[in-house]
Design a binder for this molecule. Structure first.
Ligand code: 13P
Length: 251
């Protein structure tokens, strides 16, 4: 059974609209150089989702948002509903990114609501888990990832789980230039799959688990070669089309 291979770019709070459109244009232009077997996703800021969607039209590049609201609609100033994102043509939404957990008080409670909103609107969540440095050094990384999955992913139905994408992103490797070794990634990806198997059985074999954290063209191939690593969630290197596409060549 071959799992879906995914390279997703999380642009975070980078690029002005015109820059994002240019970036998307370059990704589309170079996409042909990479195996068709790779599913590319770009996740720009909300402000230029529509323009980027327009730009990738006609290609096989999918677009995702970086977050969505816990509620369906109403008096929630500043929030963006999953239905709005879906109406633009987005297919994915990143949920539970460590930066949202760390800086914006994201919890399992809010994430359960966001997951429900995403599924109710036909979006596929890219659900992020991962430990910080202190947790890794204390040997708690397995327990942290397990709890982040049990508290949220375990609440999904089998049907919802069937389309879920998970991203393992060790916080200590994000934007630090410090990458988990391929062995460290494989060890925890296999563990995450085991935690998924305990709840969802054989369906766990089909769930793509992406690695994120200073992933770049020079280390992608080694990491992606590992059995339980099904691609990457890319930050910094996704801001250069050439690097982003080169990461896709890592398969
Ligand atoms: P970097 O690739 O910049 O380390 O970011 C990873 C990340 O957080 C992707 O969501």
């Amino acid at each position: 059974m071959a799992r879906k291979k995914i390279v997703a770019g999380n642009w975070k709070m980078n690029t002005l609209p015109a820059e994002g459109v240019e970036l998307a244009k370059s990704v589309v232009a170079g996409r042909g150089e990479v195996c068709e077997c790779v599913n590319f996703i770009v996740c720009p800021p909300f402000t230029h989702l529509a323009q980027v969607i327009e730009q990738v039209k006609g290609s096989d590049i999918a677009v995702g948002a970086q977050d969505c609201a816990t509620e369906a609609k109403g008096a929630y100033t500043g929030e963006v509903a999953a239905s709005m994102i879906a109406a633009l043509g987005c297919k994915y939404v990143i949920l539970g990114h460590s930066e949202r957990r760390q800086y914006y008080g994201e919890t399992s409670e809010s994430l359960n609501k966001k997951m429900a909103q995403a599924y109710a609107n036909g979006l596929t969540p890219i659900y992020c888990v991962g430990e910080n440095l202190e947790e890794r050094e204390a040997g708690n990384h397995f327990a942290v990832c397990k709890a982040q999955i049990e508290e949220v992913v375990y609440n999904l139905t089998e049907e919802q789980f069937a389309s879920l994408v998970i991203a393992y992103e060790p916080v200590w490797a994000i934007g630090t230039g410090k990458t988990a070794t391929a062995e460290q990634a494989q060890e925890i990806h296999a563990y995450i799959r085991e935690v998924l198997r305990a709840k969802f059985g054989a369906a766990a074999e089909e769930c793509p688990i992406l690695y994120g954290g200073s992933c770049k063209p020079s280390n992608a191939a080694e990491i992606f070669a590992k059995e339980d690593v099904d691609g990457g969630l890319i930050g910094g290197a996704a801001l250069k089309a050439e690097d982003f596409l080169a990461i896709g060549k890592g398969f």
